[in-house]
Design a protein around this ligand. Structure first.
Ligand SMILES: *Cc1c(COP(=O)(O)O)cnc(C)c1O
Length: 384
């Protein structure tokens, strides 16, 4: 059964179908065509950087970025353990070693203050992640990276529209990557982008994206490249999405304001995603953290919301808990404490005020119910 209220939904109410039809009718359906460059230009302008290189998804954008920075075997790259798996897999694809960082509460972004203690002679750079659209402390991050000559790849897959000190995500670091999967801020179906102000890096990204073919001799390959190209059809959808980017972003802000107006009074039950001063949250996901001391079973709350027709999602599991990256003695307090308490509520541009109110009422009821049952179990134990 499809839940009545989905956790994410794309909004395709602009020129998407017109531009896709244009691709079909003109037969420009593969990875050449006017929409690709147009989409790259629009994203570059939005991020206020000179270069953008479109890819076929956000994971390949990350891999392409690291490959273009010559990350390879023997290298170490710092990355928060609390992130989507793609941030970490991209390091492994290069044969390099991910070195995990904890995150800060309540932002759930990487703890920049841990970077220096994790550096070794092999450390090449950092993958930062503005998780769920919450800004990273980019000014401290850049300061540390500069001091130790490290690159920063900002995995901004969830952060189109996020800002720190007035500068957008995409504008920070050596380069930044985006994803345009169907549940992201804007979508191209599948798609990604690397943005940078470094001209040489942009050239390298384009070169490796297209099989590393020699610029002056076709079918002559001077490196091991990839086919990570975006199609003109995907870019056509992206162009239509970018025409309405401000509307897409504003709708999310509205949804977040509705959530805050209903949930702020339940501070004793949950922490809300409030942006730090000087930052702007894109609200890719409105993610709440249940207070750990209440001992509420997060997954049962998710289950009872599902029964009420509300789809939610758990916060990402710390990556060092999962088989390919397991660390027996890893200690990442914030990630380990709060990831199991986190729930991302439905956050997308098609939600209306009544739906958000309904989600809040049901959430509070489900949490209260869990809390009572938790207490009942304890009382039962004491009595036994
Ligand atoms: C979605 C996402 C990606 C990967 O994007 P895909 O387009 O699904 O490959 C990478 N990192 C983060 C943090 C993401 O949320």
């Amino acid at each position: 059964m499809t839940p009545a209220i989905r956790v994410a939904e794309p909004v395709l109410d602009g020129n998407e179908s017109r531009y896709v039809m244009d691709c079909l009718e003109s037969s420009w359906i593969s990875s050449r065509g006017k929409y690709i460059e147009e989409f790259e230009t629009r994203i570059a302008e939005f991020c206020d950087v000179p270069h953008a290189v479109a890819t076929n998804n956000g994971t390949t954008a990350l891999h392409l970025a690291l490959a273009s920075l010559d990350v390879g075997p023997g290298d170490e790259v710092l990355v928060p353990t609390l992130t989507y798996i793609a941030s970490v897999n991209a390091i492994r694809y290069c044969g390099a070693k991910p070195v995990f960082l904890d995150s800060v509460y309540p932002d759930l972004t990487l703890d920049v203050s841990q970077i220096e203690q994790k550096l070794t002679s092999r450390t090449r750079g950092i993958i930062s992640v503005p998780l769920y659209g919450q800004a990273v402390d980019y000014s401290r991050l850049e300061e540390i990276a500069r001091k130790h000559n490290l690159f920063i790849v900002d995995d901004a897959a969830e952060a189109l529209g996020t800002k720190f000190s007035g500068r957008p995500a995409g504008n920070w670091g050596t380069c930044a990557t985006f994803s345009f999967f169907g549940n992201k801020i804007i979508t191209t179906g599948e798609g990604g982008m690397v943005v940078t102000r470094d001209r040489d890096l942009a050239d390298r990204l384009r070169f490796l994206r297209g099989q590393a073919v020699s610029p002056d001799r076709s079918y002559w390959h001077t490196d091991v490249g990839f086919n990570y190209r975006m199609t003109n059809i995907a870019a056509a959808i992206g162009c239509a999405q970018m025409e309405k980017i401000e509307t897409h972003l504003q709708r999310r802000q509205q949804v977040a304001r509705w959530y805050i107006s209903h949930l702020a009074q339940y501070d004793s039950l949950m922490q809300l995603p409030i942006p730090a001063i000087g930052t702007h949250h894109s609200y890719w996901m409105f993610t709440i953290l249940l207070r750990p001391q209440l001992g509420i079973c997060r997954d049962r709350v998710i289950g009872s919301l599902a029964e009420r027709g509300i789809e939610t999602r758990p916060v990402f599991y710390p990556v060092h808990w999962m088989r390919p990256y397991r660390e027996q003695n890893g200690k990442y307090n914030v990630a380990e404490t709060y990831a199991p308490q986190g729930i991302s509520l439905p956050t997308h541009g098609r939600l209306n005020k009544e739906q958000v109110k309904y989600v809040c009422e049901q959430l509070v009821e489900a949490v209260e119910m869990e809390r009572r049952q938790g207490t009942d179990v304890d009382e039962f134990r004491r009595a036994a």
